[in-house]
Design a protein around this ligand. Sequence first.
Ligand SMILES: C[S@@+](CC[C@H](N)C(=O)[O-])C[C@H]1O[C@@H](n2cnc3c(N)ncnc32)[C@H](O)[C@@H]1O
Ligand SMILES: [Zn+2]
Length: 262
Amino acid sequence: MSMVSFRCPHCGQSLAAGERTFSCPSGHQFDRAREGYVHLLPSGRLAGGPSGDDDTMVRARRAVFDAGCYDPIIDAVATAVQATGADDVLDAGCGEGTYLARACAGGAHGWGIDISKVAVRLAARRYPQCSFAVASSYRLPFDDASFGAVIDVFSPRPFDELLRVLRPGGAAVVVTPGADHLAQLKALVYDTPRPHVDDEPTPPAVDVVEVRFSVDLAEPTLRRQLLEMTPYWWSADDARRARVEAALTSVDAHMVMTTYRR
Ligand SMILES: C[S@@+](CC[C@H](N)C(=O)[O-])C[C@H]1O[C@@H](n2cnc3c(N)ncnc32)[C@H](O)[C@@H]1O
Ligand SMILES: [Zn+2]
């Protein structure tokens, strides 16, 4: 049984999970949603602020993963996480939960947080064996040194916070887009496509793996769904969208999986 628990956003004490609510010793209470997740963002925190991925993006990503299009990276993350032997695994910015569930298929307990309520709801509904909360990666609702492994895929990466919740010797497995990621899509959307440049400061890495694969988009529904899960799609006008939908029958994925250790 997992020794990890969510932490109260008001006082920082452990939250005990009941059937209907999560509560701390000081009496702060949080409803458990029908799907099992808990909402731990301080109320009002999001008014006018970022609310994370919306329903269309989350459902599009789920459909693309279900079709197997991203299996090479989902499996690479799962293998890296399972190699750590972690009992408890956190996915910070977990989205609809597939990476976390696959990484925990070996028996670890999965903990997923995301600021998108629609994403967390979808994750909790399909993966009841994992624990999910609406929360921010910038203020993770966990004690220091809680996890043997932390996953972060294409999500905000506050390294101080990610490393804080790792046990000594634990690993953070972080996936970012590589320079050639979705190049054919970018070429159709932008007049002068620029390669993705990653210049965020990071701690020293212990392992860096480039993962490249081709995504078959012969199926038009899938084409539309892969487009909807990317930011490029949302910045394109109708003419460009139509061009992409008509022409993009396959696209190259290029991702960088980097491991950091606490
Ligand atoms: C590109 S999606 C990746 C989702 C998932 N990791 C995946 O690869 O399928 C980025 C995710 O980060 C979430 N997000 C954005 N800001 C966040 C924050 N401050 N804390 C936690 N999650 C955040 C979004 O809601 C979204 O689910
Ligand atoms: Zn409390």
